[in-house]
Design a protein around this ligand. Structure first.
Ligand SMILES: NC(=O)c1ccc[n+]([C@@H]2O[C@H](COP(=O)([O-])OP(=O)(O)OC[C@H]3O[C@@H](n4cnc5c(N)ncnc54)[C@H](OP(=O)(O)O)[C@@H]3O)[C@@H](O)[C@H]2O)c1
Length: 280
């Protein structure tokens, strides 16, 4: 297949492009510089000339707190741009895969959320990403993932390793729960869904769930540091408070993958050890 990856300089974009390349697909990896997905003319021009079989949209405005004060930008990148991608992939008969987020949920439900649970985002980021899911259209694959870490970009694993080596306080909230997910594992499922051109919504996370505090402890242990250095705090005690509210529970059950008989990403502890082996 010929695959166009947008947002290809981001943490998921880089590993997604690598994954398709490693499997022998022809990949056009377009970063923000090469293709601005908010520009309808550029999107139609690029897809019309590259003629990909599949477009994986890893581009997004992902600064959750900044989205609160830049709602127009959030909706332009996370929602309206997906309309352009949907239009172009329809026109040139390519399959679209749109990446979305656990933050489409409010977190009020105590159980993990599955694909048929009703989204009700708390933040501008979550609402704009939900709008992007809707813009992708009924034939697109929509992959909702959560709490991403990988070799590239800034993420929780890098943050904790940095704090561990610099010393100083390590405080993480213990009242927000999710499923840490790893970009190579998510990319592998994206590839599978795109090869099959499967339409519809899939939750794609690593298995297992933790609070941010517990995740920080697990990273410290796996990296050979003292987990006792990590302190739990409540979201209400964050100083300064974060502008965007976050769901207290955004654990995603991968129900559609399970029901379809597809392989799930592994336990997050396995992938955490694999990432640390690469980084350290
Ligand atoms: N990170 C997480 O924990 C997480 C959790 C759940 C879901 N997700 C979703 O996963 C996907 C990938 O996230 P990520 O962590 O890889 O994010 P990321 O590292 O921030 O990458 C996003 C990329 O999109 C690019 N971009 C922004 N605006 C663009 C535009 N108008 N046109 C083209 N490219 C543009 C950014 O470039 P610039 O830096 O130049 O703007 C950046 O390289 C997103 O859909 C995100 O919503 C992420």
């Amino acid at each position: 297949m010929r695959v166009l990856v947008t947002g290809a300089a981001g943490q998921l974009g880089r590993d997604t492009a690598e994954r398709f390349m490693a499997s022998g697909h022809e990949v056009v990896a377009a970063g923000h510089q090469e293709l601005d997905i908010t520009r309808r003319d550029q999107v139609l021009g690029a897809i019309g000339s590259i003629r990909p079989d599949v477009v994986v949209n890893c581009a997004a405005f992902t600064a959750v707190d900044a989205c609160e004060s830049s709602a127009d930008r959030a909706y332009r990148v996370n929602a309206l741009a997906v309309r352009h991608l949907a239009e172009a992939t329809r026109r040139f008969a390519a399959h679209l895969c749109q990446v979305s987020t656990d933050y489409v949920f409010s977190g009020d439900q105590p159980e993990p959320y599955h694909e048929w649970d009703r989204p009700d985002p708390l933040s501008v980021y979550g609402a704009s990403k939900l709008a992007g899911e809707q813009e992708a259209g009924g034939l697109a694959t929509v992959v909702r993932t959560s709490w991403l870490s990988g070799r590239h970009g800034s993420n929780m694993v890098g943050t904790v390793l940095g704090l561990a080596s610099r010393g100083g306080p390590m405080r993480f909230v213990d009242d927000q729960r999710g499923s840490p997910s790893f970009t190579p594992d998510v990319a592998a499922v994206i590839e599978r869904l795109c090869v099959d051109r499967r339409p519809g919504l899939y939750h794609v996370t690593n298995q297992g769930s933790v609070s941010w505090y517990e995740f920080a402890q697990k990273i410290m242990i796996a990296a050979g540091h003292d987990p006792g250095r990590v302190e739990p705090i409540a979201t209400a005690d964050l100083n300064p408070p974060r502008p965007a509210p976050r769901p207290s529970n955004s654990v995603l059950e991968n129900r559609a993958l399970t029901l379809a008989g597809l392989e799930l990403p592994p336990d997050f502890r396995y992938s955490l050890r694999r990432l640390l082996a690469e980084l350290l």
